[in-house]
Write a protein that binds this ligand. Structure first.
Ligand SMILES: Cc1ncc(COP(=O)(O)O)c(C=O)c1O
Length: 410
């Protein structure tokens, strides 16, 4: 048996592919392609590996899954059952997390846009923290907290200082003055935490260190202003688990701890908000080739509408119909949308022979693909959750009212 895409739940035996414990042949007989599959056991393994490492290195660590990576209810339910918290950006996610039974002390909510409804529901539901990206939102949270006679903990997202980063608060003389006055007069909010999220797909320890440096500098500036915080939040940004192996993740965690110790940062709790690491390599597409050109372009029956570049996934492509053939011939891959821009990959290594109807496996597609998918008028593929031998359909555009189908029945 040989792993495909570095994923222990994708195996090659002779010329057959096993997805968890189910042969690929069996899966493609169940439904017309393309389909999307999520591997429950891989999500659980990724969570346990991450949690195990970080719990060992930090005694005061807490983890909040970033729902935006993949907010399918069944995926979030798995995350909840493993005991993680939730990091949410909007009302849709908050309603879902509450419905799934995430306890309010494991929910943090916030983003560049806080609607009145989101602030109100967050305060009413006693969420652990509301994350502030815009200082003016402090007053809005305070007024809502007064209305519900609560003291609401808040977390300040600072701009991580990454080149051209726009998100979060820049701590300069003007913003510090404003923050100071807002904190002093807003008696129903308590600033407990500072968050710095650097970027996604951080493969290099230097990126983690830069994030910690930003955070340490922000805390120093805040302390000078006599604003003291209790907890730190380093956000997410970890690559797919099959890209960042367990030993490498452990090295990163150790270095993160060391870097924090070097700054002599004093904090009660440390939070992380991974998204991609848990679900990225637990999701795959099974598509097929619909056209092959003479200059080694293949067209698949999925495209950027459902597998978008915005997702920044480490996609890998395999010709499942010829899995034993060498994958060493440069091939460019186009998608389903009638635009030249719909390119899934350029010069990716695939088999020499490529035929229409060949089945193409696309791995590392579990994070941000659905989030950034757009509504080009094609149906979304059916989505299945696979655990061991058990294959369960969790999304079908007909039953689940994918709105593009409405155009057909209008
Ligand atoms: C504040 C914050 N936390 C966590 C995440 C999750 O990032 P990732 O999925 O790369 O771990 C993001 C992603 O953009 C983010 O902006």
């Amino acid at each position: 048996m040989k792993k495909i895409s570095g994923n222990p739940f994708l195996q090659k035996i002779d010329n057959k592919i096993l997805i968890d414990r189910v042969p690929l042949d069996k899966i493609v007989n169940i439904s017309e392609l393309p389909i999307m599959i999520f591997l429950e056991n891989r999500i659980r393994e990724n969570i346990r590996n991450f949690d195990g490492i970080f719990k060992k290195i930090f005694t005061n660590y807490q983890c909040f899954y970033s729902f935006k990576a993949n907010y399918l209810p069944q995926i979030c339910q798995i995350i909840h059952s493993e005991g993680l918290g939730a990091e949410l950006v909007g009302m849709l996610e908050l309603s879902l997390a509450l419905k799934l039974g995430f306890p309010s002390n494991k929910i943090i909510v916030g983003g560049p846009y806080l609607s009145n409804e989101l602030i109100e529901e967050s305060v009413k539901s006693h969420v652990k923290e509301i994350i502030i990206y815009n200082l003016k939102d402090i007053d809005r949270v305070n007024r809502t907290a007064i209305k519900f006679k609560k003291i609401q903990n808040i977390c300040l997202r600072i701009n991580s200082q990454k080149y051209r980063s726009k998100l979060g608060v820049d701590l300069n003389d003007i913003s510090l003055k404003l923050l100071d006055s807002l904190i002093r007069k807003s008696k129903n909010v308590k600033l407990t935490t500072v968050l710095s999220h650097y970027t996604t797909q951080m493969n290099n320890i230097e990126q983690y260190k830069k994030n910690i440096k930003s955070l340490a500098q922000a805390i120093e500036v805040l302390n000078k202003q006599e604003i003291f915080i209790e907890n730190i939040n380093l956000g997410g940004g970890f690559p797919e688990a099959s890209i960042m192996h367990k030993s490498q993740l452990e090295r990163i965690a150790i270095q993160v701890k060391k870097a924090l110790d070097n700054y002599e940062l004093d904090y009660k709790k440390i939070y992380f908000e991974p998204g991609r690491y848990f679900v990225g390599d637990a999701g795959l597409f099974i598509a097929s080739i619909i056209k092959v050109t003479n200059d080694r372009w293949i067209f698949l029956n999925i495209g950027n509408n459902i597998c978008p570049k915005f997702a920044r996934s480490s996609l890998r492509f395999y010709n499942a119909s010829k899995i034993n053939y060498p994958h060493k011939y440069k091939t460019s891959i186009a998608g389903i949308m009638p635009t030249e821009q719909d390119v899934l990959a350029k010069d990716f290594f695939l088999t020499e022979l490529l035929d229409e109807q060949d089945i193409i496996l696309i791995t590392n597609a579990g994070a941000y693909t659905l989030t950034f998918s757009n509504r080009f008028p094609y149906n979304l593929p059916k989505i299945f959750l696979l655990k061991g031998n058990n294959l369960e359909k969790i999304f079908d555009h007909i039953d689940d009212h994918d709105f593009s189908i409405k155009a057909l029945t209008f």
